[in-house]
Ligand binder design. Sequence first.
Ligand SMILES: Nc1ncnc2c1ncn2[C@@H]1O[C@H](COP(=O)(O)OP(=O)(O)O)[C@@H](O)[C@H]1O
Ligand SMILES: [Mg+2]
Length: 670
Amino acid sequence: MQVFDGFVGREGPRDRLLAAFRDTLTGKARLVLVSGEAGIGKTSLLLEAVREMGESDAMAVWGTCWDAERAPGYWPWTQVFRALVSQADDELVRDVSDADRVDLARLVPELNLGGPAVTVDEFDSERARLRFFDAVARFLERAARNRPLVVALDDLQWADSSSLALLEFVVRAHRPVPLLVLGAYRRDELGDATARSLAAVGARAQHVSLRGLSPTEVRALIAGVAGDDVAEQWSAVVHQRTDGHPFLVRELTHAFALDPHGGSAGDIPDAAHHLIGRRIGRLSPHCRRLLDAAAVAGNELLVDVLGDALDLTPAAVATLVDDAIRSGVLVAAPDGRTRFAHDLYRETLYADLSTPARLSWHQQIGAGLEHRHERGANVFAGQVARHFAAAAVLDGSDRAIRWALAAAADDRSRLAFAEAAAQLARVRVALDDAGVAVPGDALVDLLVAQADAESRAGDGDHARQLLRDAHENAARIGDPERLAVVALGFQRLGARFAMPRTEVVALLEEARHAVEGCAPAVEAEVTASLARELYHSVPRDRARARPLSEHAVALPASLTTPPPSPPACSPNTTCCGRPAPAPSASKWPARSWRWPSAAGTTNAAAKDTCSPPTHSSKSDHPPTGPTSTPSSVSKTSSRSPKRRPGAAVAVDSGVDRSMLVGLAHPISPA
Ligand SMILES: Nc1ncnc2c1ncn2[C@@H]1O[C@H](COP(=O)(O)OP(=O)(O)O)[C@@H](O)[C@H]1O
Ligand SMILES: [Mg+2]
């Protein structure tokens, strides 16, 4: 059967989109939101309208959201800006100010190669975010002034909250330029938070709601797909049974075209699930297995990852992919990528998997992505994190936590703080649901990192609660350095959201006492922080500040001037000459996470360790997950053998370079 990719009908909605576009040409930016259920024709309508706008010399750029839990924050905007930068005039890109270039590099790192580092403002994340939003809007305005600009954002039901906040910012102001933003979303699949954000955005939008095709349109679609005879015979009944839902119309037509004499009105299944099942049922078991794995992997097929997961050569995978393309379940897009012909196929395949099969595929796809990363290719940390979290029952906590921390660091570097916090909350929930215990030190790391992200996202109460949990756990396992990190976290929180100074002072005092004499770098930071708090406290306390700050300066390992590494240190031996743990299977997560800290942060892998403080209640670690790997979280991210004072301490300049490397080459899944 011929593949028909023509567009039929929809004159009313198409006219409204084109009218909005013409409106923008008079110098008024516009937003139009298209809504309707999956398969109703939103993407097709946008594509058709954008094609027609292109005939009027508009530049169109496209961003598709996919599963906010797997994609990095601002993912649709990243795609939009990649396309913009590659299509726009050189001059437009060249004339971006240095300050804007640094901000836009959060979306497109290539914009700032060799330029100053992209940082996360330690004190004022909100202002940094506003500056970033402003840089984005300024670039869009300049591009639109050059040439009418259409930004299409598809599948907004899966957008991350930061992307929606940016969308709201872009459409909030009056922008006197020919800029049309088109959005599409599944109205019936909105989560509460997304619905609220879209409602705020929607107040400034025109709305187009799509329903089924008319009988005439259904007939035209069937005729295009299978010819006039099939249309003549079946269009009335197909319209009646599908309500004109174009995806179902296509599926039914496909079924009749394959077996024109085998159907009757009574045989027509009325659920997409059955139709899709029938198409999939005709595939070979090998091809079906490939599609099962692909459905777990995500929207786009990565041959190397699937080959790994299925234990097949790339050539064998390619042969199966060809079969699936011939069957119509997959399509080869013009950009050379292969994806599901519609997300409904992927969703149906995924829903039909048994629980053990699903768990196992998640583990294997996660491992495949990890291998891809080790080979130097691009992966999204959030995607890997999702697979290992879903497979926690089989895989244990180690990889799930490492990748969740990496994903959170990735989001943090893009100022997507709510997404960073969600990454960390999600992995704890996933491990809890799977009945997998989280090692105490890793739990503290997760809680502190989440508290930092929550506070930057503006939720001080939640951050405080998380730090309290972290404090309790650090005391329970008797980990002085983590007690210090928690105390410093409280101090930062106090600087952002008012907190009784006495509480902060007490926590810093406790931490200082715990690390005293065995972790100079941490001790210096805690002591300096304590001195700062006391200096701003009541007169009685103020007298203690000076000797403390002098003591902090005198400590051998200053955080601001790292001493050179002792020659005995090498990647494989500690400073005490003892062998260090083998490098973790995947270095990225371990390298990418740093302690969030106001004044600078210690590199966890290079830190000293102390014996447990006398005040700790219990020092036992909870048991690790059932299949913890040798490169466990506690080895890679926290406790190293005791080292002599003054040993090397890495200083975090606030920039996570490994993350920038990761961002420079993400996969483009959409
Ligand atoms: N107006 C149309 N003309 C022809 N085919 C259409 C039309 N609308 C939708 N389709 C087909 O229906 C299927 C689902 O449409 P799509 O635009 O992907 O839906 P949505 O984006 O709402 O999920 C696609 O195969 C598409 O080609
Ligand atoms: Mg769509």
